[in-house]
Design a protein around this ligand. Structure first.
Ligand SMILES: [Zn+2]
Length: 122
C-alpha cells in the first residue's frame, strides 16, 4: 500500500509504493549530522507530488549523490544515488533513498534499524 511523506512545511510531498520493511542508519559524516533514517526505493516506486523546483540539493565529495532538502523548513527529504550495494556506484541501477522520518502514518518503532558503517566504508 502506498504511503505519503512530507517535509515539515509541506513544500515537499512525496509518495512511495509501500512502507519500508526496515530503515538504515548510516554513520558517515553527512548522515550522522543530518539524522536521517533511510528507506530505499527504485525511481518507479517514488513519486514527487510537489514541484521539483521547490527541491533544494546538496552535493559533496565526489558529487555522485544528490541529497535533496527543503530550503523552507530545512528537512532532509530524499536522495538520488546510484546503487552502492557492491561497494562501487552502479549508475545503471539508480535508487531513491527516502528519509523515513518524514513518512506520515508510519510507526518507525515497528521496523528494524539496520546500521551501515559509512564512517569507515567511504
Ligand atoms: Zn519544508
Amino acid at each position: 500500500m502506498a504511503i505519503k511523506g512530507s517535509c515539515h512545511c509541506k513544500a515537499t510531498e512525496f509518495e512511495v509504493s509501500e512502507a519500508p520493511e526496515n530503515v538504515t542508519r548510516c554513520t558517515c559524516s553527512f548522515c550522522s549530522k543530518r539524522g536521517s533514517l533511510w528507506a530505499y526505493y527504485t525511481p518507479s516506486q517514488f513519486t514527487l507530488v510537489t514541484p521539483q523546483s521547490d527541491v533544494s540539493t546538496y552535493r559533496w565529495g565526489s558529487k555522485t549523490i544528490k541529497h535533496h532538502f527543503c530550503a523552507v523548513c530545512g528537512c532532509g527529504t530524499f536522495t538520488e544515488t546510484p546503487d552502492w550495494s557492491t561497494g562501487k556506484p552502479d549508475f545503471d541501477n539508480p535508487k531513491i533513498s527516502v528519509n523515513a522520518r518524514l513518512l506520515d502514518d508510519f510507526d518507525l518503532d515497528k521496523v528494524e534499524v539496520v546500521v551501515i558503517d559509512g564512517k569507515n566504508l567511504w
